[in-house]
Ligand binder design. Structure first.
Ligand code: NAP
Length: 304
């Protein structure tokens, strides 16, 4: 056991998966959970997602040793304000938000002295959300990034690191702004591009809906999966990681124009060189064990 009592604030995909993964490895004496709506709390109870469900975040954090904020990024500050006065001295607060600078800026002012805040972000997810979407294997062999600052308590960091490792994750330590830039490249901008591509197909009256559905080739199908991700979560990501996302989208637009020009001018060499370079990136991801080479991305064989 790593923590006597763990409190999960929010009971969606990430918190639910954490509860199941922590149970699998017997990492907590008791897992207490709460969610905003009575409906989510009732479902979590029905499927036995956590050991005990309570009605408010303030109640959930009472005597907790680890508190996990697992709500959309835009709601983290409000939750921190609610729980601040009820936190136990010596407790660790962490979060799983996809953006780090904004969460740190909105959460930190509400935490009392003697409580350790160690922001985190599991780089693992699916397009599903809600209390029924979690599964114990979500973090297996995926990275979780923990954010270290000047004042980070090293013992609290080591304990949280062990907690994530026992849930199956590889743990990396990163600085907050570096995190936001890296994730803008690897996750945030690609999501926006997927949302755009699916939106374009939807707008394009010349291609009928049934044609899009029946003939969607691998490229478009992958976009539709990403573009089915939770609208609230992703709205918050773009509003709170604005600068890094805009920088990457600026570069993306420049490269897109260069490729557009190569197509217009028939510059096959440019296209071929570009696609050769990008192919090497894919190989690197497979060699690092972060995706599968199986046809159709291994769909039907694993859940993610
Ligand atoms: P989710 O399945 O949609 O669950 C979100 C939970 O937060 C729900 O229990 C919801 O309660 C609660 N909630 C929503 N708005 C709230 C508010 N204003 N105040 C209090 N509680 C609120 O979301 P998720 O995918 O687990 O994401 C949670 C966090 O993890 C987000 O910050 C996201 O950026 C991050 N993350 C997500 C992924 C991913 O792929 N999904 C990956 C890594 C990190 P109700 O059900 O009662 O509304």
């Amino acid at each position: 056991m790593i923590y006597e009592r763990v409190a999960l604030i929010g009971l969606g995909l990430i918190a639910g998966s954490m509860s199941l993964a922590a149970r699998r490895a017997e990492l907590a004496g008791e897992i207490v959970g709460t969610a905003r709506s009575a409906e989510t709390r009732a479902i979590a109870k029905e499927i036995n997602l956590v050991d005990r469900i309570v009605g408010t975040a303030a109640e959930a954090v009472k005597d907790a040793d680890l508190i996990v904020l697992a709500v959309p990024v835009g709601a983290m500050g409000m939750v921190a304000e609610e729980i601040g006065p009820h936190l136990k001295r010596g407790a660790t607060v962490t979060d799983v938000g996809s953006v780090k600078r904004h969460v740190i800026e909105t959460v930190t002012p509400h935490l009392p002295d003697g409580v350790h805040f160690i922001p985190g972000h599991p780089i693992a997810g699916t397009e599903h959300s809600g209390p029924r979407s979690g599964f114990a294997e979500l973090f297996d062999n995926r990275w979780t990034l923990l954010i270290e600052g000047d004042e980070t308590d090293q013992d609290a960091l080591a304990r949280l690191r062990k907690f994530w490792e026992k849930m199956g994750a590889n743990v990396g330590i990163m600085e907050k702004d570096r995190h936001d830039l890296v994730l803008a490249v690897t996750s945030h901008a690609p999501h926006l591009i997927a949302y755009t591509m699916v939106g374009v197909a939807d707008d394009l009256q010349r291609v009928t809906d049934s044609e899009v559905i029946n003939y969607s080739a691998a490229g478009f199908r992958d976009f539709t999966r990403i573009a089915a991700s939770d609208p609230t979560m992703w709205r918050d990501v773009f509003l709170t990681n604005r600068d890094a996302t805009l920088e990457i989208l600026g570069r993306f637009t420049e490269e897109l124009f260069a490729l557009q020009r190569a197509i217009r001018t028939g510059d096959g060499e440019h296209l071929h060189d570009y696609f050769t370079r990008t192919r090497a990136v894919r190989r690197g991801i497979i060699e690092a064990g972060q995706d599968t080479e199986a046809p159709n991305f291994g769909r039907g064989q694993k859940k993610v």
